[in-house]
Design a protein around this ligand. Sequence first.
Ligand code: SF4
Length: 332
Amino acid sequence: MKTPAWWQGLSPDEVLDSLRQRTAEIASYQNGGYRVIMFEDGTKVRIQTSQEPPLQPEQIDLKITDRCGAACPFCYEGSTPQGELADMGFVMRLLSPLKRGTEIAIGGGDVFSHPQLPALLQFAKERGILCNLTLNEAQWFSNRSRIENLSSFIYGVGYTPVSRAPGHAHNLVIHFIVGIHPPEKAIEICQEALRSNVYRALLLGYKIAGRGDAYYRRHWREIRENVRRWREMWFRLVEMGFVVAMDERAYWLLGERWKGPEVHDGEFNMYIDAVRKRYAPISGLSRMFPIGQLTVNEMFAHSRSLVISPLWRIKRVADAIYTRRCLLGSVV
Ligand code: SF4
């Protein structure tokens, strides 16, 4: 994540005061040795107050369905029109202990294919859990009236475009896959989005998993060329005024110097596949763990212990080398 210039040189309290003048604080909670403050415009601040580890995830990437009609040939989730739906009673029991202000990113599959999505959103709202929906362009535009009706239950939207900007939207983050989306088109879409006051983007590294594995084998030249162009062009989004975040994989691919991020994916967040009842620090991993009778805090304690272990760090470096070799054609 790029730190906005206005933060630099300010104390945590000064940052919070400045944020409160810009937008409303909507939740704050103590999570082990961390204080987490959530703001209405989608900003999150985390302040370390002691050495105690976090007790629960700040954010859960929650898959509620494998069903999706888009049939993207690179889908690492392997979603299909016949995909299964998660048991929503099971999902709600899992989420019950989360503190007010915890974020969940509800994804699939096509989240609107799950008939109990509104019930989940209402359940979360009553508990102060902040729900973000992950949608592609077709899902966003074909469900505008449903989204409007559910707007009081939705904190934010992650929007993956194909050809156009989302139009006016509250707390919307545009997702681009480095390796798939042409960066020239991404810049065009972001220029259009700025006119609707949409100014956040998340860059996600291509995942060689699910259908993404076979797609990579057929199209590796195009994917590499695409990644190279992203390396040259991604900073244009920042220069345009976008706030740009990256997942760890994109960070490995786009970093000018080959070093990992300071905070690793999975240290404060986790992935739950509620359809197949399994969990992992992040999505797209070949190894996941059965949920069984575990609570969300127990799953998080386990998945975080993996992420901060030296073995995991070695695996991530190995993954970074593999990722860069596959998607960039070099490791340096
Ligand atoms: S990538 Fe997303 S939109 Fe495409 S098939 Fe998979 S779940 Fe559906």
